[in-house]
Design a protein around this ligand. Structure first.
Ligand code: SAM
Length: 231
């Protein structure tokens, strides 16, 4: 971990590493934080049941990669201690407010998922929703998740992925890929995230592939589920 820790509104935060500062563009970083606050209720209506089931039995301490403005906090038990790996500092104030509202204690680390700085085999559960589309190196992020998880520990994920070859959705993803990546700070519309999870060396991977019904057509092809480290 580089950078000194400081306390902000009851949460611990760590300074942003210089190489990650580019992720949080001063304009787009703010706009993305505003956008995810704006669509929070809508995403909850579309994905809430699925997330509720997936996050039903989380342990007391959870690591979340890219929690953004805190879309998932409503599904965590009050009293949960959340280690938030969130490089965009503009997400931190709304995240802190969401945590306070949900009765969750927060340790925010302004680092990337590829190098969390957490000790090896120290975590029981890692949550990751709509983040592996954006991290610069998903394989490195998944390797880091495996490193920090204890034997038997779980990665719980919900991600949008590449649509099937030749489909209308795949063509749309190709068409919108570049502007989307620019607007959403590196978000790739056609990543094969399920393949990356299967290739990451977990002992058991259970993923469901489904088509979401949302107005955000390019991200409607999704996977969700669990990847477990050998006990
Ligand atoms: C599409 S948003 C999803 C936010 C939230 N997880 C949700 O489901 O609404 C992607 C998030 O990943 C974060 N992010 C970007 N690069 C990252 C990285 N290398 N490591 C961890 N998080 C990252 C962004 O700052 C943003 O908060």
């Amino acid at each position: 971990m580089t950078g000194a820790a400081r306390t902000l509104a009851g949460m611990t935060t760590h300074d942003l590493r210089p190489d990650l500062a580019t992720i949080a563009n001063p304009v787009r970083g703010r706009l993305n934080a505003a956008f995810f606050r704006l669509v929070d209720g809508y995403v909850h209506r579309r994905l809430g049941d699925r997330k509720q089931a997936l996050f039903a039995d989380l342990p007391q301490r959870v690591v979340e990669l890219g929690p953004g403005t805190g879309a998932n906090l409503r599904y965590f038990r009050p009293g949960t201690h959340l280690v938030a790996i969130e490089p965009n500092p503009h997400m931190h104030p709304p995240l802190a407010r969401a945590a306070a509202a949900a009765g969750i204690t927060l340790d925010v680390r302004a680092v990337g998922a590829e190098a969390t700085g957490l000790p090896s085999a120290s975590v029981d559960a890692v949550v990751c929703t709509l983040v592996l589309c954006t991290v610069p190196d998903p394989a490195a992020a998944l390797a880091e998740v495996r490193r920090i998880l204890r034997p038997g520990g779980r990665l719980l994920l919900v991600e949008h992925v590449a649509a099937g070859r030749g489909t209308f959705l795949a063509r749309l993803q190709r068409l919108l890929g570049r502007p989307w990546r620019w607007a959403f700070e590196g978000c790739h519309l056609h990543r094969h995230t399920a393949d990356a999870v299967h290739a990451a060396g977990f002992s058991e991977v259970r993923l469901e592939h489904y088509r979401l019904r949302s107005v955000f057509l390019p991200v409607n092809q999704q996977v969700s589920g669990t990847a477990i480290v050998a006990a």
